[in-house]
Ligand binder design. Structure first.
Ligand SMILES: [Zn+2]
Length: 147
């Protein structure tokens, strides 16, 4: 068992605490960093899981990236891809939906691609989710070259 961030070996206690918090193996130092991010930004734990799964797959993601208007759960800056983890689908009102459409408009105008991934996909289909995100990144790379 090693920390997914710094690869230092983990003891039983640290492993358990990190798994209880976010379900990702982290040392004490990195667990506390993530804990602070969650406290400050209300980051869903599925965003942390996807972030490390992407890192593990060789992608260079950023956690809680500020896009000028709001904080994005995960950003892949090379291809201007922003990923938000959705946790509140059933509760969405018309106003929120309209707000999302407006946000999407601003993103597209600035050359960003935004995707929203329901948290249950990360929970139950993490491998496939990572596979499709990588596919999207590859697609964006091709399109960037074409411009
Ligand atoms: Zn660490």
């Amino acid at each position: 068992m090693t920390c997914k961030e710094c690869f230092s070996p983990l003891g039983y206690e640290d492993h358990k605490k990190a798994m209880d918090l976010v379900g990702v193996e982290l040392c004490e130092r990195h667990r506390k960093l993530i804990e602070n991010i969650i406290k400050e930004k209300d980051t869903p734990k599925e965003a942390i899981q996807l972030y490390y799964a992407l890192k593990n797959a060789g992608v260079n993601p950023m956690l809680e990236w500020w896009d000028g208007n709001k904080s994005v759960d995960i950003a892949i800056s090379r291809v201007k891809l922003n990923i938000d983890i959705g946790t509140d689908y059933e509760l969405m009102t018309h106003k929120q939906a309209l707000g999302e459409l407006e946000e999407a408009m601003h993103s597209f105008k600035n050359g960003f691609t935004n995707i929203r991934i329901p948290h249950i996909l990360v929970k139950y289909y993490l491998k496939d989710t990572v596979k499709y995100v990588i596919g999207i990144i590859e697609g964006l790379k091709v399109n960037l070259k074409a411009v």
